[in-house]
Design a protein around this ligand. Structure first.
Ligand SMILES: [Fe+2]
Ligand SMILES: [Fe+2]
Length: 310
């Protein structure tokens, strides 16, 4: 990179540090403020929970589904932030004796993800306090992080940028405009979004930096690893859709026959694939950065893999 490119890059890291300092928040003082969840309210908005896909359910049952999905939404973020944080700490090594502003930006990123994981653990517990017993989220974040971090940095950063961009899109397009949501749930994702905006900029800077240091063969393998990671995400979504549909059937207060139970499970899976795979894959900025790094053939390979997850 030439001298001007280096200065521009340092400025982008510096702006992330500045914004990170300005928007910094506290879990109790700013987000929770002594509040509790109200089970008469919706948690996850229709645009994400895809309430219409749950065709056999009453309005009250659809609200229960939005609460189950809201709890899972917090748990999935807590899960992915374990591997994101480990990767960020690993990448910070490249800046230890170099750009100290870039190092500070990544240290703050890591500190924020630790705080977000603590917030999401609190949310899981707080929602558990007001919903019927029996909900399960059995996926071990450390096991997932070990598996993800076994892939190349290029592939992990592709998945990370995807996640951190769709988080913001979900907030702007679905959570913020929905006037019927729990204010507490809304605030959690407002505050989360404020810090995630810097993370996505840093993911992109680090991904492009990593991309510049690998060969075409390595990149080609990394594209396959990215596809493998998306498939692994889908495996997690399938397991959780099953678990959440089972919980719904047991806790909804009426009998659910096997045919309806299958329909409910596939509606959960459809919503989860929309939330964690397709909404990100269609994100215009993610598509733009990805297309700038890969060949058309590699892009087609990714599209073909995504189209099997419907
Ligand atoms: Fe986060
Ligand atoms: Fe993040």
């Amino acid at each position: 990179m030439n001298a001007i490119g280096k200065i521009l890059e340092t400025n982008r890291y510096a702006r992330c540090v500045e914004t990170s300092k300005r928007v910094r928040w506290d879990i109790d003082k700013d987000v929770i403020q002594g509040r509790r969840f109200d089970p008469s309210q919706k948690f996850l908005p229709e645009g994400l929970a895809l309430a219409d896909a749950f065709a056999t359910l009453s309005p009250n049952e659809k609200r229960f589904v939005s609460q189950i999905q809201g709890r899972t939404y917090a748990n999935v973020f807590g899960l992915v932030e374990r591997f994101i944080n480990a990767k960020v700490l690993e990448l910070s090594h490249d800046h230890w004796f170099g750009d100290q502003v870039a190092l500070e930006a990544l240290v703050r990123f890591s500190d924020e993800e630790l705080k977000h994981q603590a917030l999401f653990r609190r949310i899981d517990k707080m929602i558990g306090d007001v919903l019927p017993n029996g909900y399960r989220f059995d996926i071990d974040p450390n096991k997932v992080a070990h598996a993800v971090l076994g892939k190349s940095t290029w592939a992990v950063l592709a998945l990370t940028l995807d996640i951190e961009l769709f988080t913001q899109l979900h907030y702007r397009q679905s959570i913020d405009p929905d006037t019927g949501l729990s204010e507490l749930f809304k605030d959690i994702f407002l505050y989360h979004w404020k810090e995630e905006s810097q993370h996505a900029i840093l993911d992109e800077l680090e991904w492009v930096r990593c991309d510049a240091g690998i060969s075409p063969d390595e990149r080609n393998r990394a594209v396959d690893e990215f596809i493998e990671l998306v498939a692994a995400v889908d495996g997690i979504l399938q397991a959780q859709a099953k678990s959440d549909a089972t919980y719904f059937a047991v806790a909804c207060g009426r009998p659910v026959d096997p045919a309806e139970a299958r329909e409910i499970e596939s509606a959960f899976l459809k919503a989860y694939r929309w939330q964690y795979i397709h909404s990100g894959a269609q994100h215009p900025h993610f598509g733009k950065v990805l297309a700038s790094l890969i060949t058309e053939e590699q892009g087609n390979r990714i599209q073909a893999a995504l189209s099997t997850l419907q």
